[in-house]
Ligand binder design. Structure first.
Ligand code: 2M8
Ligand code: MG
Ligand code: MG
Length: 271
């Protein structure tokens, strides 16, 4: 199996970002060589740090499916469409951040005081809104492929904004705290692309996918995976999927719910 997992509110606690409740499950998966692939809204610099903290050493998917990062040499062959960035092979699925930043900026006059762009916030401001440390907020500010927006208007105004964004060829995904403007990427497409890469690299082996997530921006991967694990959130309503088969729903929040769902989907990992 391949486990594609959201971080905030799923593997990490929504409020404290702790993953204590998932630690023993993570080490059981590690000893069984089952890849745990963070699939997140976070940036590459955030992930480079978090992978170490999580004791993970495989691929990860950043900025809502905008790019797939694989440690150089992770697969027997360099994937066809990958470029090398530092010590990683990277497959990019959308254009660079400035394209999306510019589109958002064009809409500023139409929505006065209704939103704040991530690229125009100070690190202090990001730290305050996310409750991340100053250091981690600085890593979150280094966006490669999109522009998160802090929305201060109404739901109706947001719907109009999304329509205007779409008209300009960009796309909006709803995160836990921000709305994310980028190209037509999502976590599901990136998951399928990476799962296909495993199949190409190891012909004859089967790789079933488990996706775990708690929010709106996880819906695509939860719909496209072989098994979906919905993690209960203390802050938002359960995301609505287009499927009903092979859907697991946790009773616990965040990392405890994650461990619960992983054990249900992949029995006997502790033996
Ligand atoms: C942002 O992402 C989350 C994802 O749900 C959000 O929209 O609330 C991003 O800035 C990410 O880079 C950051 O780590 C996270 C922290 O809460 O917020
Ligand atoms: Mg989440
Ligand atoms: Mg997320």
């Amino acid at each position: 199996p391949l486990i594609f997992t959201d971080l905030d509110g799923t593997l990490l606690d929504h409020f404290s970002y702790s993953f204590d409740a998932a630690k023993s499950t993570l080490s059981a998966l590690k000893s069984r060589h089952i890849p745990v692939i963070p699939t997140t809204s976070k940036t590459a610099p955030e992930l480079e740090e978090l992978m170490g903290e999580l004791s993970l050493s495989g691929p990860f998917i950043i900025e809502n499916g905008a790019a797939i990062y694989m440690p150089e040499g992770y697969f027997p062959n360099k994937p066809q469409d990958a470029k090398t960035v530092g010590n990683y092979w990277v497959i990019e699925l959308v254009e660079q951040a400035e394209v999306w930043r510019d589109i958002v900026s064009q809409l500023t006059p139409d929505y006065p005081e209704l939103f704040t762009q991530f690229s125009q916030m100070s690190v202090e401001n990001i730290a305050m809104l996310t409750e991340l440390s100053h250091e981690k907020a600085a890593l979150a500010s280094q966006r490669g492929y999109g522009e998160p927006v802090f929305w201060q208007g109404t739901k109706g105004q947001l719907n109009q904004f999304i329509e205007d964004i779409n008209k300009r060829g960009a796309n909006v995904l709803i995160g836990g705290r921000f709305i994310h403007v980028s190209g037509r990427c999502n976590k599901g497409r990136a998951m399928l692309k990476l799962a296909q890469e495993y199949k190409n690299q190891y012909p004859g082996e089967t790789f079933f996918t488990l996706a775990t997530g708690d929010g709106e921006n996880d819906v695509d991967m939860l719909n496209m995976s072989d098994i979906a694990g919905i993690i209960k959130s203390p802050v938002h309503k359960k995301p609505t999927l287009s499927r009903t088969e092979d859907v697991l729903i946790s009773n616990h929040f965040g990392p405890a719910g994650w461990a619960e769902v992983v054990h249900l989907a992949i029995p006997n990992i502790d033996n």
